[in-house]
Ligand binder design. Structure first.
Ligand SMILES: CC(C)(COP(=O)(O)OP(=O)(O)OC[C@H]1O[C@@H](n2cnc3c(N)ncnc32)[C@H](O)[C@@H]1OP(=O)(O)O)[C@@H](O)C(=O)NCCC(=O)NCCS
Length: 183
């Protein structure tokens, strides 16, 4: 079976009070390299990537995948959000993968931390997702040591399902379920 890609993609740009979420464009490339090369951003994500290698390997338009959102503040990229779809036949279809087909990921530039942008943007992405795939849950993995990410997960309404050891650290696995739409 091939990946049915259930998202209607790309959506029209999503506007929040301060931000815009949109499909990736070539003009986002430099900031995406910045994100991936940042030691602060990479602290709990396996470390930063080499800037030289990113410059060589990053496609002209980064993040061209369904569910990959560029988050813009005043027209400049400050972070990215991914709603990653796992095909049901994925080889590592373990019990966590079976909990939901979609996983949330997020990375914001350090200069944008501490202002509520990630909460605002992820809330909008989850709202969009709830409209696109009504009733579908979303899962999230994060290291428990990643306290900013843990607080964000709680603010977004993810409920803890499990803690487990992987990659030499304690991992947190949570699940978000959309509230039923009003009758
Ligand atoms: C995880 C990450 C996105 C969280 O960023 P963050 O800045 O802490 O989250 P938010 O943008 O939602 O900001 C929330 C903070 O802003 C504060 N804030 C300030 N002004 C605010 C406003 N106007 N509205 C809301 N919150 C505001 C909040 O009080 C909160 O602070 P607190 O957590 O100390 O209580 C960020 O740390 C990051 O990109 N990390 C690297 C990538 C990563 O590890 N990803 C996780 C794996 S998927």
């Amino acid at each position: 079976m091939t990946d049915p890609r259930p998202f209607p993609w790309p959506p029209a740009p999503i506007k929040t009070e301060r931000l815009v979420l949109r499909e990736s464009e070539a003009r986002h490339r430099a900031a995406v390299i910045e994100l991936n090369a940042s030691p602060e951003v990479g602290t709990y994500l396996g470390g930063p990537q080499s800037r030289d290698e990113l410059e060589r390997k990053m496609p002209e338009v980064p993040g061209r995948h369904p569910g990959w959102f560029a988050v813009e503040l005043a027209g400049a990229l400050i972070g990215t959000i991914q709603l990653k779809f796992h095909a049901p036949e994925a080889p590592d279809n373990n019990h966590r993968r079976k909990a939901a087909r979609t996983e949330l990921g997020y990375q914001f530039l350090p200069q944008a931390w501490g202002r509520g942008y990630a909460t605002e943007a992820c809330t909008a992405a989850l709202d969009w997702f709830a409209g696109a795939l009504p009733g579908e849950p979303v899962v999230l993995y994060t290291q428990t040591a990643n306290t900013r990410s843990m607080r964000l997960a709680a603010r977004l309404g993810f409920a803890e399902r499990e803690r487990f050891q992987a990659y030499g650290a304690e991992q947190w696995f949570g699940i978000w379920s959309p509230t039923a739409p009003p009758a």
